[in-house]
Design a protein around this ligand. Structure first.
Ligand code: GPK
Length: 826
C-alpha cells in the first residue's frame, strides 16, 4: 500500500527543505537578520512570514472565488474576537505543522519555543469572544463565505499579575513589536460621523428629509486577520477597524493656529479603538463604549454596502439575498438604526421598504439573562452622540407599538414591557428589545438558556412572533481545542479511528467501544498523565509549587463571577483542609485544585475571591500536615494560550454555576473533549453534555432552575444553612479570622458578608452540601482506575455534538441560508 492516506485534502504541499528555505529567506529579507543573530522571536516572525505567503494566496483565491460566484455571505458583527495565537493554528490547518517542526529542527530551532513567542490576540473577555473565534474557524473550514467584523483594539484584555495574592491589571500590548498576520487595507478606509444635530428639510414633493450634520468625523482603518480553514482551502478574513482622526476635518483648526487642539482631536479619535472594556457580563454605560460600538458597526456596514454596490449598483432589491448580519449579543445592535438611516436618509427608500430590508438582514444572538448585562443606553446619551439614530429608534418603536396594540388592544402594561424605550427617572433605550424587533431570528446559546429567553426574558415577543426565538447550542472548534492543544491524545485517536475526526467530530463515537479496553484505557490515561506532567512543570515555573501528577487535577477556568461560584469551590477546599487538620487520616485521594480567572477591574467582590483563593492556597501549600493530599494553584493571567495547556491536563472540570445563570458555557465542552469529567449543575450546556455522556459519566449536583425559583420565592435564608451545617459555619467563620491573612483579620470577610448579610444571591450555601457530596463521589470514582478511565474516554467519545461546525451548520440551515463555496486551485 502507498503512504498512509490522510483524509484531509490539502491545498498547499511543501516539503521540509522548501519550508526551511522560506523561513531563511524571511529571516534575511523580511527581518534583516540572519541565522546566527536570530532569537526565538525573530524565528517566530520569520516562520509566520513563511506561512503568510500561503495565507495571502489563500485569501486572494478565496476572495476571487466569492466575487466570481457573487455569493451570499454572513457578516459576523462582534465587539470581541478572542483569537489567541495564530501560528500553530495556521500550521495545523495548512497541514504543515510537522513539516515546520522538522524544518526548524534542522535549523537548530525548537518549534514549541518559537510558538511561545507569539503574544495572544486577546481582543475579547471570555466565552462570547472565544465563541466568535471558534465560529469563524468553522465558517472557513466549512468553506462558507463569511467575514468577521470587529474592533482593532490597541490593547486587548488586561494582563493579570498577582501581587500579595491580589489581582493587578497591566496593559496588554499584543502588537507592540508588530503583528505578522494583520494586513492593513488603506484602500478600504471608511469615515464615520458622530455628534452634531439633525436638520429637518422639506423636499419638493413634500417629503420630509432629515439631514444629520455631524460634529466629528473619524476614520476607520481596516486591518484584516486571516482565518485559515482546516485544509487551507478557504481563507476568510476577520476585518478589524482602527480609529484615526480624519485628516481634513482638523485642517480648519490647524490652519487657524490651533495646532495643539488639532492634536487633541487626534488623541480623541484614536481613543475609540484604544482599549477593550474589561467588563464581562456587565453593561458599562459609558459614552466611549457606545462610540466604539457605533464606530465598528458604521464602518462595517459601509464596507458591506460598498462591496454590494460593486456588484449590484444602486439596486437594493437583491441586498437581502446577498447579506445576512449576525449580531453577537446587543453590542452591535446600533447597526439596525444605522442601516435604516442609510436606506431612508441616504438611499431615499421609503420607510417600509427600508424596514423590510433591515428585518431580513439582521439576526441576533442573546448570550445572557443576567439583568446587569442587558445593555440599556440613556436616551440623552444617544441623542448627544447619535441624534439621528435616536429619532429612528423612536420611529421604529412608534410603529412597533401600533403592532403591539393590534395584538393586545389597549394593554398599556404589555406596551411598557415591550417598548424599546424604558420610561423612568431617566429614559433608557433597551438594546435587547431593539435587537429582537429589528431581527428576523433570535437565538439563545443552549437548550435551557433558549427556553428561558422565551419564557422569562422575551415572553411576549415569543407570543407575537412564534418561531422567531430559537436555539442554537454553542460549540467549540476541535482543531484548536483537541488537535492542536493535545497532540498526544490526537495521535492516539488518529491511530484508533483514523484522522478525519477534526472535520466530523461525531466520528469520536468510534472510541466508545474501546472505553473498557484495558490497553486503550492505559494508553488514554498515559496521555493524560503526560499532559499533567507538562502542566505540573508550568505550575512549578509560574508559582514554584510542586504538585503530584498522581493527584486529581481539578480545574476551574473561566471569568471570575459570583454566578460562576468559584467561592463555592473555595469553601469546599477549605472544608477539605479542615477535615484533614481534624483527622490526618481523613480518607481522600490527593487533589490539586487549579484555577484560572480574571476579574473585571471594578468588581470588588470578584477580586476579593481571587485574593481569598490565593491566601487559602498559600496556607495549604505550605502546611506540611496536609501537603500530601491537598494543593491549590491559581495560575495568573488566564488566557487562550494558558487554557491550551490546562485543558489537556484536567481530570475534573468544574461547571458549578447557579442553575439558570450560565447561558451555555464552552469551557465545559473543551474540558470534556479532552477527557475531563464534569462536576456540574443542571445549567447551560451542562445539561446537554449530561445527555450525551449519560448520567454515569458526569457528576451532577444541586438545585435545578425550578428549585432555585421555588427557594427564592419561598424566601431563601442563607443563615439557616450557616446554623444547620457546622462545616459551613466553620469555614465562613474561618475566613474572618487572620488565619489566612496573618495580622489582617477581616481581609477576606466580604465573602462571608455577601453569603450571609447580603442574601447569597447565587445560592452558594444552598448548594454547598450537594456539592460536597458530589465531590466525595468524584473521589471515590477516581480511585477506581478502570472506572475513571472509562468515564474519561466516554467523555471524549461523546463530544461530537459540541463541535462548532455543528453550531454553524445549525445557523446556516436554520438562519443564514448560506451555500458553501469551494475554493480551488488557480
Ligand atoms: C455572555 F453576556 C455575555 C457576555 O457579556 N460575555 C460572555 O462571555 C458568555 N458571555 C456566557 O456567559 C456563556 O455562558 C456562553 O457560553 C458564552 O457567552 C458564549 O455564548
Amino acid at each position: 500500500m502507498s503512504a498512509k492516506k490522510t483524509s484531509v485534502e490539502r491545498d498547499v504541499t511543501i516539503n521540509k527543505s522548501e519550508f526551511k528555505a522560506a523561513v531563511i529567506k524571511h529571516l534575511h529579507c523580511t527581518l534583516g537578520t540572519d541565522e546566527n543573530k536570530a532569537n526565538n522571536h525573530a524565528w517566530w516572525k520569520a516562520t509566520c512570514s513563511a506561512m503568510q505567503e500561503h495565507v495571502l494566496e489563500g485569501i486572494r483565491k478565496t476572495q476571487k472565488t466569492h466575487y466570481l460566484n457573487d455569493t451570499r455571505a454572513v457578516h459576523y458583527f462582534s465587539a470581541e474576537f478572542l483569537m489567541g495565537r495564530l501560528l500553530s493554528n495556521n500550521l495545523q490547518n495548512f497541514g504543515l505543522f510537522d513539516v515546520a517542526n522538522d524544518a526548524l529542527n534542522e535549523l537548530g530551532v525548537n518549534l514549541s519555543d518559537v510558538l511561545e513567542e507569539e503574544p495572544d490576540m486577546a481582543l475579547g473577555n471570555g466565552g462570547l469572544g472565544r465563541l466568535a473565534a471558534c465560529f469563524i474557524d468553522s465558517l472557513a473550514t466549512m468553506e462558507l463565505p463569511a467575514i468577521g467584523y470587529g474592533i482593532h483594539y490597541e490593547h486587548g484584555l488586561f494582563r493579570q499579575e498577582i501581587q500579595g495574592g491580589a489581582q493587578i491589571e497591566r496593559p496588554d500590548s499584543w502588537r507592540d513589536y508588530g503583528n505578522p498576520w494583520e494586513i492593513c487595507r488603506p484602500e478600504s478606509i471608511q469615515e464615520v460621523s458622530l455628534f452634531g444635530y439633525v436638520e429637518t428639510k422639506y423636499g419638493e414633493n413634500g417629503r420630509i428629509q432629515k439631514e444629520w450634520h455631524p460634529g466629528h468625523i473619524v476614520k476607520g482603518i481596516p486591518w484584516d486577520i486571516p482565518v485559515v480553514g482546516y485544509g487551507g482551502k478557504t481563507v476568510n478574513v476577520l476585518r478589524l477597524w482602527q480609529s484615526k482622526a480624519s485628516g481634513y476635518f482638523n485642517w480648519d483648526v490647524f490652519n487657524s493656529g490651533g495646532y495643539l487642539d488639532a492634536q487633541a482631536e487626534n488623541v480623541q479619535a484614536e481613543t475609540i479603538s484604544k482599549v477593550l472594556y474589561p467588563n464581562d457580563e456587565t453593561e458599562a454605560g459609558k459614552e466611549l463604549r457606545l462610540i466604539q460600538q457605533y464606530f465598528f458597526c458604521a464602518c462595517s456596514l459601509k464596507d458591506i454596502i460598498r462591496r454590494y454596490k460593486r456588484a449590484h449598483g444602486d439596486d437594493w432589491s437583491r441586498f437581502i439575498d446577498q447579506v445576512v448580519i449576525q449580531l453577537n449579543d446587543t453590542h452591535p445592535a446600533i447597526a439596525i438604526p444605522e442601516l435604516m438611516r442609510i436606506l431612508v436618509d441616504r438611499a431615499e427608500l421609503d420607510w417600509d421598504k427600508a424596514w423590510n430590508i433591515c428585518t431580513n438582514v439582521f439576526a441576533y444572538t442573546n448570550h445572557t439573562l443576567l439583568p446587569e448585562a442587558l445593555e440599556r443606553w440613556p436616551a440623552r446619551m444617544l441623542e448627544k452622540i447619535l441624534p439621528r439614530h435616536l429619532e429612528i429608534i423612536y420611529e421604529i418603536n412608534h410603529r412597533f407599538m401600533k403592532e403591539v396594540d393590534k395584538k393586545w388592544p389597549g394593554d398599556n402594561a404589555v406596551k411598557a414591557r415591550l417598548s424599546i424605550i424604558e420610561e423612568g427617572n431617566e429614559k433608557m433605550v433597551r438594546m435587547g428589545h431593539l435587537s429582537v424587533i429589528g431581527s428576523f431570528a433570535v437565538n439563545g446559546v443552549a437548550e435551557l438558556h433558549s427556553r428561558l429567553v422565551k419564557q422569562n426574558l422575551f415572553p411576549e415577543f415569543d407570543a407575537l412572533w412564534p418561531g422567531k426565538l430559537t436555539n442554537v447550542t454553542n460549540g467549540i472548534t476541535p482543531r484548536r481545542w483537541l488537535k492542536a492543544c493535545n497532540p498526544s491524545l490526537s495521535k492516539l485517536i488518529d491511530k484508533k479511528i483514523g484522522d478525519d475526526w477534526p472535520l466530523d467530530l461525531n466520528k469520536l463515537a468510534g472510541l466508545e467501544k474501546f472505553a473498557t479496553n484495558k490497553t486503550f484505557q492505559k494508553q488514554f490515561m498515559q496521555v493524560k498523565q503526560q499532559n499533567k506532567q507538562l502542566l505540573a512543570e508550568e505550575i512549578k515555573a509560574s508559582l514554584d509549587i510542586d504538585v503530584d501528577v498522581n493527584a486529581i487535577f481539578d480545574v476551574q477556568i473561566k471569568r471570575l463571577h459570583e454566578y460562576k461560584r468559584q467561592h463555592l469551590a473555595l469553601l469546599h477546599i477549605m472544608a477539605l483542609y479542615r477535615r484533614l487538620l481534624e483527622n490526618p487520616d481523613y480518607d481522600m485521594h490527593p487533589r490539586v485544585f487549579i484555577f484560572g480567572a480574571k476579574a473585571a477591574p471594578g468588581y470588588k467582590l470578584a477580586k476579593d475571591i481571587i485574593l481569598a483563593i490565593n491566601k487559602v492556597a498559600d496556607k495549604i501549600n505550605n502546611d506540611a500536615r496536609v501537603n500530601q493530599k491537598l494543593k491549590v494553584a491559581f495560575l495568573p493571567n488566564y488566557r487562550v494560550s494558558l487554557a491550551e495547556k490546562m485543558i489537556p491536563a484536567a481530570d475534573v472540570s468544574e461547571q458549578i454555576s447557579t442553575a439558570g445563570k450560565e447561558a451555555s458555557g464552552t469551557g465545559n465542552m473543551k474540558l470534556a473533549l479532552n477527557g475531563a469529567v464534569t462536576i456540574g449543575t443542571l445549567d447551560g450546556a451542562n445539561i446537554e453534555i449530561a445527555e450525551e455522556v449519560g448520567d454515569d459519566n458526569i457528576f451532577i449536583f444541586g438545585l435545578t432552575v425550578d428549585e432555585v425559583n421555588e427557594l427564592k420565592a419561598s424566601g431563601y435564608k442563607p443563615y439557616d444553612y450557616y446554623y444547620k451545617n457546622p462545616e459551613i459555619k466553620a469555614v465562613l467563620d474561618w475566613l474572618e479570622t487572620d488565619y489566612f491573612t496573618p495580622g489582617k483579620p477581616g481581609a477576606l470577610s466580604s465573602i462571608k458578608q455577601s453569603l450571609l448579610d447580603h442574601g447569597d444571591q447565587y445560592l452558594v450555601l444552598a448548594d454547598y452540601e450537594a456539592y460536597s457530596k458530589a465531590q466525595e463521589e468524584v473521589d471515590k470514582a477516581y480511585r477506581d482506575k478502570e472506572r475513571w478511565a472509562k468515564m474519561a474516554i466516554i467523555n471524549t467519545a461523546k463530544m461530537g455534538k459540541f463541535t462548532s461546525d455543528r453550531s454553524i451548520r445549525d445557523y446556516v440551515e436554520r438562519i443564514w441560508k448560506l451555500d458553501s463555496c469551494p475554493v480551488r486551485k488557480g
